[in-house]
Design a protein around this ligand. Structure first.
Ligand code: NAP
Ligand code: F7E
Length: 330
């Protein structure tokens, strides 16, 4: 019998790559989706409309919401998954300053509601909890690993610290199999359009195709350790294939500034980014995380995981996809 997985956040960037990976591995995949007024299944549509009917039946969506514990209980008792990938969250750091209460509600409290529902139902799935490098906040001279301390610098990061520690607590208190991934930034053509890498590849593609003159960004000096989402969902899966739950940093170990990423992307089009990119204070955050660089030695050793995609290759993949996307729209 095939394993059953339930994904919260299935319509998001990581959800889309995880569905692909799990279907390839012959899982029956269930996804929690919220009701939205416009269609938001673009990233996973191709897995729902497969001509191959057999595969289609292996991917099933359920309406629910992380702020609605009744819906979580209903889905969990119906599906009884072997593995849960908890990716659902209000995941935009900048926006979390505008909607801090909702961010805590969905990202922090939503995690507690999910764990509590699982515990009360007396089901015993393996659970992946989507932690974030944003939890570290302040830059440290050393690369950040599982033992580095947290200093959240946004309502989003504070909510993720709560989610991380409540997951550790449920693991210790109730012996539940919960692994926290502490993932550094990961990007792809499926990245939301208001995260900086996608904003840059989409903006550069539009400038290249003559549809725009300028690209307005915020802080160009911030540095991030950027990897490819497709590589990172493999690490999530590997965490749940272990005998024991644990916490793992997933990162490339190399950081670059937003300015560097602009240079790479515009350079691929033989354009000088300085002629097109503007930095505007309106996109600066009240508190910024200046620099992040992760040490994923533990994951490399225990999971046998490693990143496969360089930043330049990632930029190429994203840019190519955005040029095709805009040409299609035109
Ligand atoms: P994303 O593209 O923003 O996707 C977030 C997902 O969460 C979407 O499917 C969204 O649904 C869903 N969601 C939001 N609020 C919800 C609610 N109240 N109830 C149910 N679902 C809800 O994020 P991502 O980049 O795939 O990231 C996946 C997870 O990893 C998130 O928890 C994120 O915080 C974390 N993370 C991401 C990164 C990264 O670099 N990408 C790094 C570390 C950690 P809608 O489509 O309906 O909005
Ligand atoms: O910002 C700077 C911005 O929004 C990266 C989420 O997936 O990764 C993501 O959070 C940096 C920041 O990602 C713009 O100030 C400059 O320093 O792409 P971002 P993030 O905040 O790092 C972590 C690991 C997560 O967990 C989150 O869920 O880029 N920046 N100019 C800009 N950022 C945005 N969004 N837009 C700009 O115009």
């Amino acid at each position: 019998m095939s394993k059953k997985a339930l994904i919260t956040g299935v319509t998001g960037q990581d959800g889309s790559y995880l569905v692909e990976l799990l279907l390839k591995k012959k899982y029956e995949v269930h996804g929690l989706v919220r009701r939205t007024s416009t269609f938001n299944r673009g990233r996973i549509e191709k897995f729902l409309n497969l001509k191959n009917d057999k595969q289609n039946k292996k991917f099933i969506l359920h309406y629910g919401d992380l702020v609605d514990s009744g819906s979580l209980t209903k889905i969990l008792s119906k599906v009884k998954p072997n593995e849960i990938y908890h990716l659902g969250a209000q995941s935009h750091v900048g926006t979390s300053f505008e909607i801090p209460e909702y961010t805590l509600e969905a990202t922090g409290y939503g995690t507690l509601k999910l764990l509590e529902a699982i515990r009360n139902l007396k089901i015993y799935p393996k659970i992946y909890q989507a932690g974030s490098s944003e939890m570290y906040g302040n830059f440290s001279a050393n690369k950040l690993n599982e033992n580095s301390s947290f200093h959240p610098r946004s309502p989003y990061a504070a909510a993720k610290v709560y989610a991380h520690w409540i997951a550790v607590n449920y693991r210790e208190a109730y012996n539940m199999f919960i692994s926290n991934g502490i993932l550094f930034n990961h990007e792809s053509p499926n990245r939301g359009e208001n995260f900086v890498t996608r904003k840059i590849t989409l903006g550069a593609a539009m400038i290249y195709l003559g549809l725009r003159k300028k690209l307005v960004l915020g802080n160009l000096e911030a540095k991030r350790d950027w990897g490819y989402a497709k590589d990172y969902v493999e690490a999530m899966w590997l965490m749940l294939q272990q005998k024991k739950p644990d916490d793992f940093v997933i990162s490339t170990g190399k950081s670059h500034s937003v300015r560097d990423f602009c240079k790479i992307v515009f350079g691929l089009l033989n354009l000088d980014y300085k002629k097109f990119v503007i930095s505007d204070k309106k996109y600066f955050r009240p508190t910024e995380v200046d620099s992040l660089e992760g040490d994923s030695a533990k994951a490399r050793k225990l999971l046998g995981w490693q990143p496969k995609t360089s930043l330049k290759s990632l930029a190429k993949i994203m840019l190519k996809s955005d040029i095709e996307y805009i040409k299609k729209l035109k």
